[in-house]
Ligand binder design. Sequence first.
Ligand code: CTP
Ligand code: CA
Length: 217
Amino acid sequence: MPLMRFLITAGPTREAIDPVRYLTNHSSGKMGYCLAEAAVHEGHSVLLISGPTSLDIPHGVDFLPVECAQEMYDAVKNQAPYADAAILSAAVADYRPVSVPDRKIKKTGERMILELERTADILGSMRAEFGFSGILVGFAAETHDVENYARGKLERKRCDMIVANDVSRSDIGFNSSENEVLLVYPDRTEFLEKAPKAQIALQIIERASRLAQGKAP
Ligand code: CTP
Ligand code: CA
């Protein structure tokens, strides 16, 4: 198999509310870091763009740490031209606070309203905005109708493959060391049975390299 340059995003993002608080999610980053390790193991070169996690940086990867969705967007936009394949596994915040005061927000009444605005969709920008023509793999975290929602994301974001997770299950996915996923392609769906994330990662990297071979001129 030809060696490739992978761009991989991982982890959660943090969206500041004020200087001491932020919005985030339960992503541990494990799946993305396993993907980076698996790609290096297969001899590929890897740029890992990661939100804040407690994981060690895998050996042999180029590492670009980011905090919020906008930083991840800018990093991916700058780096996408150098990648043959992009696997966007980060759990990017969909909304961020509209304004972030310089000073800590003091509590006042019994309730408070936090106004949020949409963040840019990084995966959804790859084809249309960044002109990325390599292999594009996205993730879908769903609690129900997993395959249908994943297929919708595959088409809307013009991906070659979506890795779909059922996040309603506590034994796999978010924060767990095992996963069981559906790989949704434009013309079919493949089931990867429950296995350690490192093993799932190797299978995803293998599928991505095979897709690249199919696409090669
Ligand atoms: N994603 C992204 N940028 C965002 C939001 C999501 O790049 N601002 C990417 C994720 O990294 C993942 C894919 O889009 O690869 C799907 O993420 P998911 O949260 O499942 O889908 P959304 O399109 O955000 O839809 P929703 O959360 O409403 O289900
Ligand atoms: Ca989302």
